[in-house]
Design a protein around this ligand. Structure first.
Ligand SMILES: [Zn+2]
Length: 112
């Protein structure tokens, strides 16, 4: 992914509009590109400041929003990957059991 594409995705990432594959590609770019990371951090700092202004009684740490969101995104992607693996494993077992059942039926019907 180039910086231009990543820059266009920043607002969509913040608004959680990216799908899982887009999020993974975006985070991979952010990890290696300091310029885009700084841009993302500025956007989160602005959001944190606006939250602090909107709710003066609450203790909002400015500068922590981006790291929390990135950590949450990685956790979400790990969970999605885990369930994809479980899904593939279950599908494989179902197909293998259907093949085995068909072979046993064939044996019962034709080998006697
Ligand atoms: Zn970049």
């Amino acid at each position: 992914m180039d910086c231009r594409t990543a820059d266009k995705m920043i607002i969509r990432y913040i608004q959680r509009e990216l799908d899982d594959d887009e999020t993974a590609a975006f985070l991979k770019h952010i990890r290696t590109c300091q310029s885009c990371r700084n841009e993302l951090e500025i956007n989160y700092d602005i959001i944190d400041c606006l939250k602090a202004l909107d709710s003066p009684g609450e203790d909002i740490q400015i500068g922590t929003g981006m790291e929390q969101e990135i950590r949450a995104s990685y956790q979400h992607l790990r969970t999605v990957r885990f369930f994809r693996i479980v899904h593939y494993a279950v599908n494989t077992l179902v197909v293998l059991s259907l093949i085995l059942t068909a072979m046993l039926q064939f044996r019962i019907l034709y080998i006697h």
